[in-house]
Design a protein around this ligand. Structure first.
Ligand code: FAD
Length: 386
């Protein structure tokens, strides 16, 4: 029995970051238990409230490498995106490659499948227990007492040694930390929100593969990411107060809005399907969260969106959460699994970079919806190529 196997780790949240963090800790032999408030994502028909697919990038792939999942995920479950395809208002399209030298690219992957692969991997570790429908409702930091509510309305209390709060942007772990002295926290909703539309990829109507498609329209934009099972997930980002003008309008107004701004997109989708999706859809908000520190005492640590939720325009929220696992891993090795030091050092090493990516994500929205169409931007891209 290793000394790690005696340490009881509780991970709150079996989203992508909680699941990957659990794999990392399981690899080292820790006694890991995950608590997830929802049912098993693999059994769900739809994953409501979040994007259907995600762009997986280099920093995410590096973390997946450690648990041996990078190749299988990339080869079997992703669609590569080598560049942006810009759809101009005049119907003219052009491609801007992401990396003309090393040919690195982004990979589009289904949130459900990625999360499912991580959970299936977790089930194979003898030192991991998965608990679904366990909602964390209370924390006592001094005694490390966690209280959960089950679907049967029962209360379950556990006393772990270490707690990783990977419970997302509206983290209950973080909400409890806010009451502690010297814990700094800020959140801001941006004025823009999003709305998703599925675009079937029929034989007649296809978007150019290998790209993230963007219809930049100044104050708003439509994007499309490919899916493995031949449909595209399209997301309309725009100011929240403009959504009701479209989502709550009549069929003709909906079609006229899409025809006016995204004519070539309308040509790809059955108008009745588009109208049905718009009428039954709901605009969702986007939040940016910063806090400092990420740890409390020698036993609680926030990771992923719970620590640093960012807006999605850089496609880096989950990737940054995966990178948290890489940093945790580095620190475990550097400090020989002295978890007290590892947790403290995680805050010191991670916060500055996480805040930088948060700011870059906000900036990238302006670039994607507006600057990408400006002459100066295109000119700069040409210079970069030379
Ligand atoms: P989450 O995915 O939110 O998972 C948290 C888990 O904790 C959930 O399963 C939840 O049920 C559980 N939980 C919550 N409360 C409790 C509780 N009290 N008790 C127990 N369990 C609880 N990122 C990218 O890298 N690339 C992209 O292309 C990208 N696109 C995006 C597009 C959109 C529109 C949005 C909104 C986000 C996008 N992101 C993207 C960001 C990405 O979705 C998040 O960064 C990622 O999901 C964070 O993972 P997480 O595990 O930290 O949190």
């Amino acid at each position: 029995m290793t000394s790690q196997s005696k340490v009881k780790i509780a991970i709150i949240g079996a989203g992508p970051v909680g699941s990957l963090c659990a794999c990392f800790m399981a690899e080292y032999g820790y006694d890991v238990t995950i608590f997830e408030s929802r049912t098993d994502i693999r059994l769900m028909q739809t994953t409501t409230g979040r994007s259907i697919n995600l762009a997986l990038s280099e920093r995410g792939i590096k973390a997946l490498q450690f648990v041996g999942l990078d190749n299988i995920l990339i080869e079997e479950l992703t669609e590569p995106m080598h560049g942006r395809m810009i759809h101009s208002t005049d119907g003219h399209n052009y491609s801007i490659p992401y990396d003309i030298f090393k040919k690195k690219c982004l990979y589009s992957i289904s949130r459900k499948e990625l999360n499912g692969v991580l959970l299936t991997k977790l089930e194979k570790y003898p030192n991991v227990k998965l608990n679904f429908s366990y909602k964390l409702v209370d924390i006592d930091f001094s005694s490390k007492k966690l209280t959960f509510q089950t679907v049967e309305n029962q209360q379950v209390i556990i006393l772990p040694d270490i707690v990783f709060g990977c419970d997302g942007a509206h983290s209950i772990v973080r909400q409890h930390m806010i009451r502690l002295p010297m814990f700094n926290y800020s959140q801001s909703y941006i004025n823009h929100g999003y709305f998703e539309i599925n675009l079937p990829n029929t034989k007649e109507n296809v978007l150019t593969p290998g790209h993230l498609h963007i219809w930049p329209r100044g104050t708003f934009m439509l994007i499309a990411l490919p899916n493995k099972d031949s449909f595209w997930t399209c997301t309309l980002f725009m100011p929240m107060d403009k959504f009701p003008l479209i989502l709550e309008s009549g069929k003709e107004e909906i079609l006229s809005f899409f025809n006016k701004h995204f004519k070539d997109f309308v040509n790809l989708i059955d108008p009745e399907n588009l109208i049905r999706q718009v009428i039954s859809g709901k605009a969702r908000t986007l939040i940016s969260i910063k806090c400092n520190p990420y740890h409390v005492n020698d036993s609680f640590l926030l990771m992923g969106d719970a620590a640093h939720a960012i807006v999605p325009f850089y496609g880096q929220g989950m990737n940054a959460g995966f990178e948290d696992c890489t940093i945790l891993n580095q620190l475990l090795n550097e400090y020989d699994h002295d978890l007290k030091t590892v947790l403290r050092m995680f805050s010191l090493r991670r916060i500055e970079d996480a805040e930088a990516i948060s700011d870059l994500a906000l900036y990238n929205y302006i670039e994607m919806r507006d600057l990408v169409t400006r002459k100066s931007f295109l000119w700069r891209k040409k210079i970069d190529k030379i």
